[in-house]
Design a protein around this ligand. Structure first.
Ligand SMILES: C[S@@+](CC[C@H](N)C(=O)[O-])C[C@H]1O[C@@H](n2cnc3c(N)ncnc32)[C@H](O)[C@@H]1O
Length: 213
């Protein structure tokens, strides 16, 4: 946890409930150990969507569809969401969840490896939410910048690696070292990419918000 645990508990205590379907899907996801966005990230996305009012959203990392459904509730009428997932066990659950929420027409699930799918996409998006394999973000970046429209927002979740990001490579567990070095590379690239303006925020597990200039 990168923020004081008591502070997180306090902020959580102020959160209001989501819609019934979101509450149900969140509960089911947590019970089955499916990783989904945390409460503070949920609020943050809602606020960003209310400011940006995107008509086209792209999400990398669907899991069981929780964040896609949350975004669909806070994006303006007429907004469509495309979301990418490669894990076969989660894909049918996500599809079923979109159906339960009556959002099959709004959310399109693309099945397969994110990098391959991103390379094949041609449309432009107003808002991209990156929430897949952290070590791959650096490879998704050129495609994501290509797909982001002018003034579009890129939100990259889990960028501070539970605080490990500030440690030296040797202080990080061996199995996390690849993510550690690639995430540092990604954050540097985001901050030094002249087409983007980026703010890195210690919220949840760390979030980077970038605007395409
Ligand atoms: C943190 S979960 C996404 C949670 C979801 N955004 C939510 O909050 O409801 C990350 C997901 O990315 C998927 N993923 C990881 N690597 C991927 C890849 N290369 N291509 C497509 N999906 C990938 C995983 O299978 C996992 O379900």
């Amino acid at each position: 946890m990168i923020v004081d645990e008591r502070m997180v508990t306090f902020i959580h205590s102020l959160e209001t409930e989501n819609s019934e379907i979101l509450e149900t899907i969140e509960k089911e996801a947590l019970e089955t150990f499916v990783p989904i966005i945390r409460k503070e990230m949920q609020s943050f996305l809602k606020v960003l969507l209310s400011i940006q009012k995107p008509l086209k959203i792209l999400e990398v990392g669907t899991a069981v569809g929780f964040s896609a459904l949350l975004m669909s509730e806070y994006a303006p009428e007429g907004c469509t969401i495309t979301t990418i997932e490669k894990y076969e066990k989660r894909i049918p659950i996500a599809r079923e969840n979109f159906k339960r929420a009556g959002k099959e027409e709004v959310i399109t699930l693309l099945e397969g490896d994110a990098l391959e799918i991103l390379k094949g996409l041609q449309e432009s998006y107003d808002f991209i939410f990156m929430d897949a394999a952290k070590a791959q973000y650096i490879y998704y970046m050129p495609e994501v910048i290509r797909l982001l429209g002018k003034g579009g927002i890129l939100v990259s979740d889990n960028v501070l690696q539970d605080g490990d990001i500030i440690e030296s490579r040797f202080a990080v567990e061996r199995r996390n070292r690849t993510i550690h070095s690639r995430m540092r590379e990604y954050l540097y690239a985001l901050k030094h990419e002249e087409r983007l303006l980026t703010s890195i925020i210690p919220l949840g597990d760390g979030v980077a918000v970038s605007v395409k200039q």
